[in-house]
Design a binder for this molecule. Structure first.
Ligand code: BG6
Length: 459
C-alpha cells in the first residue's frame, strides 16, 4: 500500500499513450489499492471536453472493454492551450485548491517531441514545478531529441527549470518485468557470478523483433528510424544491464554509474552493420516516396571492459519481421571436455525472454534416455507469467508506481542518454559517410541470410 496523496497531471490526454497505457495503468493501480483513494488525475487537453465527455471519448477510443469504474471518480478534464501561460496559472490555482503541502505532484508530458520544450518552459515559468521542490516532478517519454545536439538542448532547458532529481525520463522497457529481472538473475545467483565474463561467455544476442509495421506513426517514425527509435533507448539499456560491473549497491545512482561505464566503453564493428527497410514502407500514408528511413538494423558491438573485452554483442531490431520477440540470449563457450566426447556437445544458452512471454530458460546437455549413447539439448524453462498470481503488471504500472514513491532506478539519467546518442550519432554518420546500403526486404529471411554471410551468425 502506497499512502501517497498524488496528483497526476497528464499533458496529451487525448493521445494514444494516455489512452492505451497510462489510464489503464492508473486504473489497475487504483483497483489494486497501490494508489490510494485521494489520487487525482488531471487530464489536460486543448479540446472542449467536460470530464464526462472526455471519459466517454476514452472509452470509445479504447474499443476493447475497459473498466473505468475505479478510475472515473479520480479524473478531471482540464482545458488548456499549451502555448498560453495564463492557462498554466489557472492550472496552478486549480492544483493548489485540491492539494496540500504533502501532495505528490507528477506532471506527465505524454506529448510528441515537438511540444516538449514549450510545455516544459511554461511549467517552469508558471512555477507549476518549482526547482528543488522534490514533491513536484516532471516526466518525459522518449524520444529525447533526435541526436546528441538536440538532446543536449532539451536537457539544458530542463535543467534551467528543474533539478535532475525532479526529472523522470521514461524508457518503458525498464518497466518490463524481465528487464528488471536481469539484475536479479545476474546478481542473486552464485552460479552466474564467476561465469559472467569473457572467459565463459561466447557472445550475447539482443533482439527486439516486431511483426507490426509503423502503423499510424508515420510522422514520428520517418524522422526517427529503427536506430533512434529502438537502439538508442531500449536495446542499449538492455545491453548496459547485461554488461555492467557489479554495482556498489543496488541504489539508483550506483546502478546508473555502472550502466554509464558500459556505454563509455561501447564500440561497434562498422563492417557488420546491416540496415533495411520493409518493402512497402514508402507507400505507407505520409511517408515520402524516396524515404531512406531504416526499419531494420543489425550490428555487432563490443564493450571494451576487462570483463567483456572481445565478446560480440549482436543487436537486432526491426519492423515487419517474422515474429514479435524481445529476447536476450547469452551463449556460453564450448566445454573444454569436448575433445573427450565422440559426439558434438551443445553450448549452454541462457535466454532472458522479455516478450511476448516473460521467462528465463537455460539449455544444458543431457543424456538421451535409453541404451544408446547420445546427448540432447534440454531446456530448463521458467515461464514468469504462468507462475504469477494474477496478470503480470504492465511496464507503465510499475513506472507510475515508482514515480509516486520517488524511486528512480527504472528511469534514465542524463549521462546515459548523452552517451547513447553519442553512439547512435556515430553509427548514423557512418551510414552516410560509408554509404551503407539500405536493403529493401520483403521478408526477414533475406536479411538473416545476409547477416549470416557477413558475420557467420545465424539469427
Ligand atoms: C517504442 C517504439 O518505444 O517501443 C515503437 O517507439 C515500438 O516503435 C515499441 O513498437 C515496442 O515496445 P514493446 O513494448 O511493444 O516491445
Amino acid at each position: 500500500m502506497n499512502p501517497t496523496n498524488t496528483i497526476i497531471t497528464i499533458f496529451g490526454s487525448t493521445g494514444d499513450l494516455t489512452i492505451r497505457k497510462l489510464l489503464p495503468a492508473i486504473e489497475k493501480l487504483l483497483q489494486e489499492k497501490l494508489l490510494d483513494d485521494r489520487t487525482k488525475v488531471i487530464a489536460v487537453g486543448r479540446r472542449d471536453y467536460t470530464t464526462e465527455s472526455y471519459l466517454s471519448f476514452v472509452e470509445k477510443e479504447l474499443k476493447v472493454p475497459f473498466n473505468t469504474k475505479a478510475l472515473i471518480p479520480h479524473v478531471t478534464y482540464f482545458k488548456l492551450d499549451v502555448d498560453n501561460q495564463k492557462d498554466y496559472l489557472s492550472l496552478k490555482q486549480y492544483i493548489a485548491s485540491i492539494s496540500n503541502s504533502d501532495t505528490r505532484k507528477i506532471f506527465y508530458l505524454a506529448v510528441g517531441p515537438e511540444l516538449l520544450k514549450g510545455i516544459a518552459t511554461n511549467i517552469g515559468e508558471s512555477k507549476l514545478v518549482e526547482k528543488e521542490d522534490l514533491n513536484a516532478t516532471i516526466t518525459f517519454e522518449k524520444p529525447f531529441g533526435s541526436d546528441l545536439a538536440s538532446a543536449k538542448a532539451i536537457n539544458a532547458l530542463l535543467w534551467q527549470y528543474f533539478d535532475e532529481k525532479q526529472i523522470y525520463r521514461i524508457d518503458h522497457y525498464l518497466g518490463k518485468e524481465m528487464i528488471q529481472n536481469i539484475l536479479t538473475v545476474r546478481f542473486a545467483n552464485k552460479i552466474f557470478e564467476s561465469v559472467w565474463n569473457n572467459n565463459t561467455i561466447k557472445h550475447v544476442k539482443i533482439y527486439a523483433k516486431e511483426t507490426d509495421t509503423i502503423l499510424s506513426r508515420a510522422g514520428y517514425y520517418d524522422t526517427s528510424g529503427a536506430l533512434k527509435d529502438m537502439v538508442q533507448s531500449h536495446l542499449l539499456q538492455m545491453l548496459s544491464l547485461v554488461a555492467m560491473e557489479v554495482p556498489r549497491s543496488y541504489n539508483s545512482e550506483d546502478l546508473k554509474n555502472e550502466k554509464v561505464e558500459v556505454l563509455r566503453k561501447l564500440r561497434y564493428d562498422r563492417k557488420s552493420l546491416v540496415i533495411g527497410q520493409y518493402d512497402g514502407y514508402q507507400n505507407e500514408p505520409n511517408i515520402a516516396k524516396d524515404s531512406k528511413t531504416e526499419t531494420f538494423v543489425f550490428f555487432k558491438a563490443f564493450v571494451d571492459t576487462p570483463r567483456f573485452k572481445g565478446v560480440p554483442f549482436y543487436l537486432l531490431t526491426g519492423k515487419a519481421l517474422e515474429q514479435k520477440e524481445s529476447v536476450i540470449i547469452i551463449e556460453f563457450e564450448e566445454t573444454s571436455e569436448q575433445h573427450k566426447w565422440d559426439l558434438p556437445l551443445f553450448t549452454n544458452k541462457l535466454y532472458i525472454k522479455i516478450a511476448p512471454q516473460d521467462g528465463i530458460s537455460l539449455t544444458l546437455n543431457s543424456k538421451v534416455p535409453g541404451l544408446r549413447n547420445a546427448v540432447e539439448e534440454v531446456d530448463l524453462d521458467y515461464c514468469v507469467a504462468c507462475n504469477a498470481v494474477g496478470n503480470l503488471p504492465e511496464a507503465y504500472e510499475k513506472l507510475i508506481l515508482d514515480m509516486t514513491k520517488h524511486s528512480k532506478s527504472l528511469f534514465t539519467r542524463w549521462d546515459e542518454i548523452e552517451l547513447s546518442w553519442q553512439f547512435i550519432d556515430q553509427v548514423k554518420q557512418d551510414i552516410v559517410n560509408k554509404q551503407i546500403p539500405l536493403r529493401i526486404y520483403k521478408n526477414h529471411q533475406e536479411l538473416y541470410d545476409l547477416i549470416y554471410e557477413m558475420t557467420g551468425e545465424s539469427i
